[in-house]
Write a protein that binds this ligand. Structure first.
Ligand SMILES: [Zn+2]
Length: 307
């Protein structure tokens, strides 16, 4: 019997350029309503690109955006894409108590479902902020009706990541939620980030293509890619007074993004997160169980069946 084809998951984190974690210290959330938004036009560029390739994707959308741009949310859903949650206002889980996080995800799910008229199954934490100190978030997500999360980046990074976390989806024992990590490539004992975002923009295209080829062909696994609407907007206003490292990460190669994504969409097979994983036939829709438990101040992800 032949294996089912490998469909990678394409995803977009729908937020505006001034809402990213890197600008948190420079742009107060209270001022957001006074800044002209560019997210609707920029998301439109991505929607057009996906249409041209007949690809359906998952849009992890801020509740704040859905409240102000319901027509954008309706366009996403009407085009056959999956709507999922990116939290209300991009507050990282690491800055929230479990109670605050619960209120945030309940509020956002309800806003998105009201606007879209569809059930929301997925969640992605702002800046992959489900880390060793916030793995409790997976319990909260399951209790509040989310079926999957894509919030752990299994890499070493200065701002996020659990380098020892599983590289492929796993089901949390007890609560049943599925965590679907963005793509990494294993080389020389390390996980190399290869899931899109800044790495896709800052490094040559060939690096990402190599990564997805290696995961699809050598490991026989679907990958997960993510990008942001502001990455397709070279004309976005420049935020003054930010550090050089942040400036490079946010602004470099914005002009190359449309062309690069166009190429990636053409060279690999893509679909929605739910279609690529949750509703996919085995082997891609079958996951090992993992136990997520507190270990002192931190949390850990352990193989199931070991106490
Ligand atoms: Zn984000």
């Amino acid at each position: 019997m032949s294996e089912p084809p490998i469909i990678n998951a394409m995803s977009v984190d729908v937020e505006d350029y001034f809402q990213v974690s890197a600008f948190e210290g420079h742009i107060d959330r209270a001022s957001w309503d006074r800044i002209p938004c560019r997210v609707e036009a920029n998301t439109g560029r991505i929607l057009d690109l996906l249409d041209r390739h007949d690809v359906r994707a998952t849009f992890f959308t801020l509740g704040w955006i859905a409240e102000r741009f319901p027509s954008l949310v309706r366009r996403i859903v009407a085009s056959g894409h999956e709507l999922a949650s990116h939290g209300y206002d991009h507050t990282r889980v690491t800055q929230q108590s479990p109670e605050q996080f619960r209120a945030d995800v309940v509020r956002t799910k309800s806003i998105l479902e009201d606007v879209a008229g569809e059930r929301v199954r997925g969640f992605r934490a702002a800046s992959f902020s489900v880390t060793r100190s916030t793995l409790w978030a997976l319990d909260v997500l399951a209790e509040t009706g989310h079926e999957y999360s894509s919030s752990i980046y299994p890499v070493r990074h200065d701002l996020y990541g659990i380098p020892t976390a599983p590289r492929f989806p796993f089901r949390v024992a007890g609560n049943g939620i599925v965590e679907i990590p963005v793509t990494t490539v294993r080389r020389a004992g390390r996980n190399l980030p290869c899931g899109g975002g800044g790495y896709f923009r800052l490094l040559p295209y060939a690096y990402s293509a190599w990564g997805y080829r290696s995961v699809n062909r050598d490991e026989r696994r679907p990958g997960v890619f993510y990008c942001h609407p502001w990455e397709f907007d070279p004309e976005q206003p420049r935020v003054p007074g930010i550090a050089a490292k942040t400036r490079v990460r946010h602004y470099l190669n914005l002009r190359a993004m449309s062309r690069r994504l166009d190429r990636l969409l053409g060279e690999f097979r893509w679909g929605r997160m739910d279609a690529a994983f949750l509703d996919a036939p085995a082997p891609h829709g079958a996951y090992p169980e993992r136990v997520v438990k507190a270990n002192g101040a931190d949390w850990e992800i352990a193989p199931a069946g070991r106490s």
